[in-house]
Design a protein around this ligand. Structure first.
Ligand code: FPP
Length: 516
């Protein structure tokens, strides 16, 4: 369905910025295998020198600086005997020789595809061919390739044929615009017999083709469309993506950090494709898309309706909880896909102890079983598990499972928080008692420090399933400014589409938090 170009601003303006109406992820995007391997290798090292930026991305470079990396532009600036990392863009042979002569320990992260171009340039020169290099002569990758070619064999003037059609070798910077390279090779073929190893790297080409595809799918009739390239301006392949987008008739934006993204003015854009360069970390991409779509950072869910779901199907209530646990596994994944950083679910309230013993025992067993079975998923998806609630009320066995999983996953960023034996009033009373024990007079800020998970930001959105319009003692303190979304769907039937409906409803709201 076509959206009206002049969509009411109320729906598009959140937190003071104008967002594009439709945000689409362009696939494939982001890290290529070569950069991924370079970063993985580099992250294992501490306090080393790195010749040039490992990759052209400030987020990656800042992270490495945090690990004690010192970045230098000349090999002569690395003290003798030190460890030096060669960046993914590769180095000239003279640099390798210098490092060896000065007893340096070399960690080479040169992209295998760049290494292939070096080999081709070397082979052409060895066979006596003049070599032409297509690329940006100031880029470190090109400087490295040039180092493979003896000065006299470098073809600088493409018009310099010797009457016949001399044979030349052609290599190209791996991150060029594929079409430009093809055009330049064709031009060289008018004067020379060309042997070319001048393809841009496959990942770079695929990302450029995907941007072309997005532009081709957008029609100017649908309204102004744009492409946002997430990547640093120093990144050649990211800049090329923006060029390809502009050639495809799109407005092209670039942002290398969240601050840069917040400064982008998307006024008038109705359809935005988002891509990222081959050196842009995926975590930045996810965070950026979450921001553009106004996806909440923290979603909390009251998973209600398992019992009714089971009864409607003539099943035992326990079967409803098992079905609910399966839904929860899916929801955790869907939330991760959408860049939601915190998911808190209400699994068992302080009031639920009043349920029949058989149901309570069944639930506790289900929690332990599900948590154990999810351990591998938590690691694969880098999810930190936490529990909030009265730990003393859990059986030793369940508490053991909970605390072991909490310890094992404590280093992960994304969080999955399960409220068991939890009550909002109980949490407040526990906090007050802890403060009284320490003789502390509370303010709103210091009170927060006594909550079960004080470092977790308040939920932006609370979802409740099964048609009940109550908060039922869930996150009473934390949800003071949360948006609520109620649905009649029973929890086991909660679907990806329903989650998106909740997120869309949230995205359309203007949260003033008491302001104007
Ligand atoms: C409320 O539905 C649901 C519960 C009390 C249990 C929720 C638990 C799960 C979904 C399993 C999750 C597992 C882990 C490890 C967190 P209800 O029984 O009150 O439904 P009704 O209102 O229809 O009776």
């Amino acid at each position: 369905m076509r959206r009206p170009v002049g969509e009411p601003e109320r729906r598009r303006r959140h937190f003071g910025i104008i967002r594009p109406v439709k945000v689409e992820i362009i696939e494939p995007h982001g890290l290529c295998a070569g950069v991924n391997a370079a970063i993985a290798k580099a992250l294992r090292l501490r306090n080393v020198y790195c010749l040039h930026e490992l990759v052209h991305n400030e987020i990656v470079v800042d992270e490495l600086k945090g690990l004690g990396y010192r970045f230098v532009d000349r090999i002569e600036d690395v003290p003798d005997g030190e460890t030096v990392v060669f960046s993914a863009h590769g180095v000239a042979p003279g640099v390798r020789d210098y490092a060896a002569e000065h007893g340096m320990k070399v960690v080479d992260t040169t992209c295998p595809f760049v290494a292939k171009v070096h080999r081709a340039a070397r082979d052409f020169a060895k066979r006596g061919l003049s070599v032409a290099v297509i690329g940006d002569q100031d880029h470190v990758e090109v400087k490295g390739i040039l180092g493979e070619i003896p000065e006299g064999m470098l073809l600088k003037e493409t018009g310099a044929g010797d009457g016949g059609r001399p044979r030349i070798g052609v290599v190209a910077q791996t991150t060029m615009n594929a079409d430009d390279v093809a055009r330049q090779v064709d031009r060289l073929k008018e004067r020379y017999e060309v042997e070319a190893m001048a393809e841009v790297c496959r990942a770079t080409k695929e990302r450029q083709d995907a941007v072309r595809g997005f532009c081709a799918r957008c029609s100017a009739e649908d309204g102004p469309y744009a492409v946002l390239v997430l990547g640093s301006r120093t990144s050649a392949n990211s800049r090329r993506l923006a060029e390809v987008a502009a050639e495809g008739g799109a407005r092209a934006f670039m942002a290398g950090t969240m601050d840069e993204l917040r400064a982008v003015d998307f006024s008038g854009v109705v359809r935005l494709g988002v891509t990222s360069g081959a050196s842009t970390p995926e975590r930045f991409f996810v965070e950026a898309v979450r921001h553009l779509r106004n996806v909440p950072q923290h979603v909390a869910i009251i998973m209600d309706g398992n019992g009714r779901w089971a009864t409607q199907r003539g099943k035992r209530r326990g079967e409803g909880h098992v079905a609910g646990a399966k839904t929860l596994g899916d929801v955790l994944k869907w939330c991760g896909d959408r860049g939601i950083k915190y998911l808190t679910v209400y699994a068992f309230s302080t009031e639920n102890w009043k349920r029949p013993k058989e149901e309570v025992d069944g639930l506790m067993k289900l929690f332990a079983r599900m948590l154990k079975s999810k351990e591998r998923d938590f690691f694969r998806n880098k999810v930190r598990f936490r529990m909030i609630g009265r730990r003393g009320d859990l059986s030793e066995k369940l508490l053991g499972v909970v605390e072991s999983l909490e310890a094992k996953t404590a280093h992960f960023d994304r969080q999955f928080i399960v409220a068991i034996a939890y009550g909002g009033r109980a949490e407040i009373v526990d906090a007050v008692n802890a403060a009284i024990e320490r003789g502390e007079k509370l303010t709103e800020e210091t009170f927060r420090g006594y909550l079960y998970a004080p470092d977790v930001p308040d939920p932006d959105l609370v979802v409740r399933t099964s048609g009940e319009l109550r908060t039922s003692n869930f996150l009473l303190w934390e949800s003071a400014y949360s948006e609520y979304y109620f649905t009649d769907t029973l929890w086991p039937d909660f679907s990806e589409r329903e989650l998106d409906a909740a997120l869309e409803s949230y995205a359309a709201r203007h949260r003033r938090k008491g302001g104007v």
